[in-house]
Design a protein around this ligand. Structure first.
Ligand code: CP
Ligand code: NVA
Length: 304
């Protein structure tokens, strides 16, 4: 049966560990000039309703380097924009391509595509989740911290799609995760309950950013207003006071703290310029690792 990747709750711990091992292996092989043409003749479709630099290009280059072909479709250029039903589009695309990566607003749309498709559907970000991002981010944690076990990860910022995927990953992998969001911007109760995180001692929710980063090995942040919520930013700035990842906040973390951000970043809002520009920062490794992780995801879903 075909498999989709819509949320990290679709994966078991073994699936995560396989993807980390394989992505790290593919990264090493690529560095040695070995191109594994394992997806020769295969085609990946990409339907993106929202902007993207990293995810789109990482998927496209991953597919090309594995010997396959990507086809990018802006929703505006397809009959989807003229209201062809998702289930019809999904059935038609299943006759042409081998896998579909989608970036949409409403998460229910990727679910609808996945239900109607005969091919694997990958969530390349929705309003609810960003699973591929967190897979490559944990790969980056593994590289920098020699694993993810006993690593304290602090999320500081909005309870958004990226935070939701961290909660899902923490639930499946048993990560030590503290999620700090301002009042009114916390990860939603249905996300917490669905992940079972409300009953897990290793996942903590708080509105105290200083307490959250205390002795943290990893501090992660993301924009205060995600794509689609931009008009709310001005009204949010006061609520997010004290949540900027800057040197003061990081002084409470471990001295070797790894600061992470999925990017794009808003300097001077959720992260200070000097933190973003610090030598040896992980942000660019995170961006690179998306390509290696996308290869492992594509191989697993397309070849089964
Ligand atoms: N981190 C991330 O998903 O970036 P893009 O929006 O550029 O794809
Ligand atoms: N939370 C951000 C992530 C961008 C990669 C957004 O959805 O805009």
């Amino acid at each position: 049966m075909k498999k989709d990747l819509l949320s990290l709750l679709d994966l078991e711990k073994n699936d995560f560990d396989h993807l980390f091992t394989r992505a790290l292996q593919l990264k090493k092989r690529y560095a040695r000039g070995i191109f594994d043409k394992i997806l020769t003749g295969k085609t990946l479709g990409l339907i993106f309703d929202k902007k993207s630099t990293r995810t789109r290009i990482a998927f496209e280059t991953a597919m090309i380097q594995l010997g396959g072909h990507p086809i990018y479709m802006s929703t505006q250029d397809t009959q989807i924009s003229r209201n062809e039903p998702a289930k019809d589009t999904a059935r038609v695309l299943s006759r042409y391509i081998d896998c579909l990566a989608m970036r949409t607003f409403d998460h229910s749309l990727v679910k609808e595509f996945a239900r109607a498709s005969a091919i694997p559907v990958i969530n390349a970000l929705t309003d609810s989740f960003h699973p591929c991002q967190i897979l490559s981010d944990i790969m980056t944690v593994i590289e920098h911290k020699d694993g993810y076990k006993d690593v304290k990860i602090a999320w500081v910022g909005d309870g958004n799609n990226v935070a939701n995927s961290w909660v899902n990953a923490a639930s499946v992998l048993g990560l030590n995760l503290v999620v700090a969001c301002p009042e009114g911007h916390m990860v939603k109760p249905d996300i917490i309950r669905a992940a079972g995180a409300d009953t897990m001692d290793h996942i903590i929710f708080t509105s105290d950013p200083v307490g959250a980063v205390k002795d943290a090995d990893v501090v992660y942040t993301d924009v205060w207003a995600s794509m689609g919520d931009e008009e709310e930013l001005a009204g949010r700035l006061a609520a997010f006071e004290g949540f900027q990842v800057n040197k003061d906040l990081l002084s409470h973390a471990r001295p070797d703290v790894l600061v992470m951000h999925c990017l794009p970043a808003h300097r001077g809002e959720e992260i200070a310029e000097d933190v973003l520009e610090a030598a040896g920062a992980a942000f660019w490794d995170q961006a690179e690792n998306k390509r290696h992780m996308h290869k492992a995801i594509l191989e697993t879903l397309i070849l089964g």
